[in-house]
Design a protein around this ligand. Sequence first.
Ligand code: ADE
Length: 223
Amino acid sequence: MRIDIISAVPELLSGPFNSSIIRKSIEKNITEIHIHNLREYSKNKYKSIDDYQYGGGAGMVMLIEPIDKCISKLKSERDYDEIIYMTPDGSKLNQSLSNKLSCVTNIIILCGHYKGIDQRIRENLITMEISIGDYVLTGGELPAAILTDSIVRLIPGAIGDETSALTDSFQDNLLSYPVYSRPKEYKSWQVPEILFSGDQKKIEKWRMEKSVEITKKKRPDLL
Ligand code: ADE
């Protein structure tokens, strides 16, 4: 899968993709992530990419031309399944959306800034608008990194243990069951005895019951 991220502050994106799973999936050629500096598509000598909004009011607007130029260049090189704009007023990101996006071939993610992007970009070029939650960040870079992480870890081969991503919280709309590792006893805190029974069927049943119990308690809205 190829992900192209368009940003006015590309430095913000250099860190997150150097972490283990994403970096490994890039090294294994499972994922390509390309970051594009929007300022390189600005035609004025100050490389500005924003301007005052028509009609007055506080806050700058990201200009139509640099964004259109960058997206048009990418589209002339390959087809894209989705052109996504990260914005607090988009559809809320959830596991099912990440699952869907992990199955496509090429996506563009546009990071917003300031007051937002010129509406004509949203109406004519963007195919999907995504929010990571009901709060406002200074820009779309961190949301883009979160979206990318949630997608890349689902691409087959990205995570070593293939079944691991499938048993995450939110797959099947349930939160994850509790997990334990060594030592068996710590400061008299015990691991549930069932996990040592060797009876895989019983363990699976216990895990499912725990998932339902935890979901009921913490996120009844998911059930
Ligand atoms: N840009 C700023 N805040 C955001 C959010 N909550 N989700 C997506 N993009 C954003």
